[in-house]
Ligand binder design. Structure first.
Ligand code: MLT
Length: 410
């Protein structure tokens, strides 16, 4: 009989967002007339910017004639997109990244999981808690942890808690770790990391020869000019960090799928016999073997995000969602709720009122207000007593959500 990967059995609950969807669907089945407003999963609601739609259409048209048809593209992404990324996301900020250090992919969720293929089982992994669940779950699947406890923590991982008590700034591990996941602007807390904080992590990584897996999927939402958009703005980061970026949340690609991962050529790891070796060719090998590239029209759409019109339309979209976040923040504060985030990120993180648990508050909001958010404890033990609201929705729904929230907690 075929053996399964037993590590999957350590994951007791379903993946967080399908689990929420399951509970919401069962509520909707029992209450078919309820108009449920979903501020749970961070999925965009507004249509693709027009200039991107035009570029995708033009890409499809090219595929419609024999002369301009294209089949397999380069696995790492078309040059036109890799060059546009380098010019606009890196060179414009004085960062020296080369086009062949960019790997275009179908998502940061996929890549933050896939990257583990190139790392050995024995690596010690540091996780900020609460955290985007993919980082934990993929390490569990890969056998890099022991069993989980009732709070959802897994033996073998090093947790760096972030709560209001430490201003959501994770302390450096007081032991050696090899891989470090950082996500800024942060999902789920909506908080950001200053240059000083990131530099401390880079310095730690240099000293310990660790690698930082830096998820910057929400960088477009940064409004504070002092906050870095890329980890490579910091000294020495190219020696120790891989960066993940996405077109999902800024340009509305959650359904169309396009993202990229930056693996600097100078970044090294160690073989089991202790020799230093570059990560770039190993990731390239993995990418070419297991991935066939993002479709041509979608890469043309992503390229259009960097045109003058694209930049303007994306900036309008980001401002729209940030205004939603402001409405949520202000509405919640007006009824005495303590809120964090939501200024440089599309997520508002709040203290559950009356000290209720995150899941109890989830049920209360759903039953009484027909509102969906994400329980903080679903992101990790240190998220207990917190709750996340996503600003990705229509203005009308966000305004209505604030009214309903007020009714539930008053
Ligand atoms: C979230 O709600 O945390 C995000 O939608 C997750 C994701 O981007 O995969």
């Amino acid at each position: 009989m075929a053996l399964i990967n037993d590590n999957f059995l350590k994951l007791k609950a379903g993946y967080l967002f399908p689990e929420i969807a399951r509970r919401v669907n069962s509520f909707c089945d029992a209450n078919p007339d309820a108009n449920v407003i979903k501020l749970g999963i961070g999925d965009v609601t507004e249509p693709l910017p027009p200039v991107i739609v035009e570029a995708i259409h033009a890409g499809v048209d090219e595929l419609a004639s024999r002369e301009s048809f294209r089949g397999y593209g380069p696995e790492q992404g078309y040059d036109f997109l890799r060059k546009a990324i380098v010019e606009n996301d890196y060179k414009s900020r004085g960062i020296d990244i080369e086009a062949d250090e960019i790997f275009v992919s179908d998502g940061s969720k996929c890549d933050t999981g896939n990257i583990l293929d190139v790392f050995g089982q024995a690596n010690k992994v540091a996780i900020v808690d609460p955290v985007y669940p993919v980082y934990v779950d993929t390490n569990v699947m890969d056998g890099r942890t022991g069993e989980g406890d009732d709070s959802g923590r897994f033996e073998g991982l090093v947790y760096c808690p972030v709560t209001a008590e430490n201003d959501f700034i994770p302390s450096l591990p007081n032991e050696h770790v090899d891989l470090i996941y950082l996500c800024y602007p942060n999902n789920p807390t909506g908080t950001v990391a200053t240059k000083e904080t990131l530099q401390q992590w880079i310095d730690y990584a240099k000293e310990h020869e660790s690698i930082i897996l830096f998820d910057a999927a929400y960088e477009a939402f940064i409004t504070d000019p002092e906050i870095p958009h890329s980890i490579y703005e910091l000294d020495g980061a190219k020696d120790v960090a891989i960066e993940f970026r996405s077109f999902s949340k800024n340009a509305g690609f959650t359904g169309t799928r396009c993202a990229f991962t930056v693996v600097p050529k100078q970044l090294t790891g160690k073989t089991s016999s202790g020799e230093s070796t570059a990560i770039h060719p190993i990731w390239n090998r993995r990418h070419c073997t297991k991935f066939n590239g993002v479709s041509y029209p979608i890469q043309r759409g992503a390229e259009a995000a960097y045109s003058d019109a694209g930049k303007q339309q994306i900036s309008d979209l980001v401002s729209f969602y940030l205004t939603n976040a402001k409405i949520l923040r202000e509405g919640l504060e007006a009824v005495g709720i303590t809120v964090y985030g939501g200024v440089n990120a599309p997520y508002v993180w709040l203290k559950t009122p009356g000290g209720s648990t995150s899941w109890d508050f989830f049920d209360q909001l759903l039953q009484k207000g027909h509102l969906v958010g994400t329980p903080g404890s679903g992101f990790g033990a240190a998220g207990e007593g917190y709750f996340r609201l996503s600003a990705f929705n229509s203005r009308e729904n966000v305004e209505e959500a604030v009214k309903r929230f007020t009714d539930v907690v008053s």
